[in-house]
Write a protein that binds this ligand. Structure first.
Ligand SMILES: [Zn+2]
Length: 157
């Protein structure tokens, strides 16, 4: 079970219905599972960053795919040839697999780092919102707490 601190309206990716109830896991219109709300970015309402880096990573994955395809092409074109040529082809094929895996892993590391940054930013935003929500309730429950309250950051300097 997840904790629903703040309602985040979610739009169904299948039928476009906007669901406001945070406790609903499935779209009431078409029954599509609403997975989007579980992302920290959606919960905290922070924007995605590094648009250009994401494009570069897509290029990197495309290059990895191209290397793999070229290696496979060389390998299968030398299959019918004599021993030395097909051995070279096999070496090129294996090398292309290694390079492609390295490129995909590199792209994955960057995605991981961006996800961590996004999660940190979302956690900070959520923490700030929780503090903002707690502040008025605290003063309403105990009027004397105003005097004991810490100095606001703006006045601390
Ligand atoms: Zn739907």
């Amino acid at each position: 079970m997840s904790l629903h601190l703040f309602s985040t309206p979610v739009q169904c990716t299948r039928c476009g219905t906007v669901v406001d109830d945070p406790t609903v896991d499935k779209c009431p219109t078409c029954g599509n599972l609403l997975k989007e709300r579980r992302a920290p970015r959606r919960l905290a309402g922070v924007e995605t960053r590094y648009g250009s880096l994401r494009t570069l990573l897509a290029v990197l994955r495309f290059l990895g795919l191209m290397v793999l395809l070229l290696g496979a092409l060389v390998f299968f074109s030398t299959l019918g040839d004599d021993g030395g040529s097909s051995l070279n082809g096999a070496i090129v094929f294996v090398s292309s697999i290694v390079v492609a895996v390295a490129l995909f892993a590199l792209a994955g590391i960057f995605v991981l780092m961006m996800d961590i940054e996004e999660n940190t930013r979302s956690s900070f935003r959520m923490q700030q919102r929780m503090l903002e929500q707690m502040e008025p309730q605290h003063t309403a429950a105990d009027p004397l707490a105003d005097e004991a309250a810490p100095v606001p950051p703006a006045a601390a300097h």
